[in-house]
Design a protein around this ligand. Sequence first.
Ligand SMILES: [Zn+2]
Length: 119
Amino acid sequence: MSKKFIRQKEQREKRRVARERVETLFTLAERVFPYEPELANRYVEIALAVQQKAKIRMPRKWKRRYCKRCHSFLVPGKNARVRLKSRPYPHVVVKCLNCGHIMRYPYLREKKERRAGKV
Ligand SMILES: [Zn+2]
């Protein structure tokens, strides 16, 4: 085995571990949010640090569950307002009620992906 190949293998393994950690941290955040929202936010911070360090993509499942500005864990109906808008293009508007930051996500793509069973 070449050194390069071993290095690539290590990289893959690191990213796999990082993905698992991100998943665990967000799952924990969701669980503790109802009674300890501050702890949930802390988990988000750690998950973001792990994600950035390993240079992995944020899993689709959790991508919209935190505020891009203040990094709060977001729960629709609790600390996030979610609205569907059709103009100028179909999109979802998520507003963080902690800092007021507004995030927009195109909706058509999401619908297509959901139909394909990806979401
Ligand atoms: Zn925010």
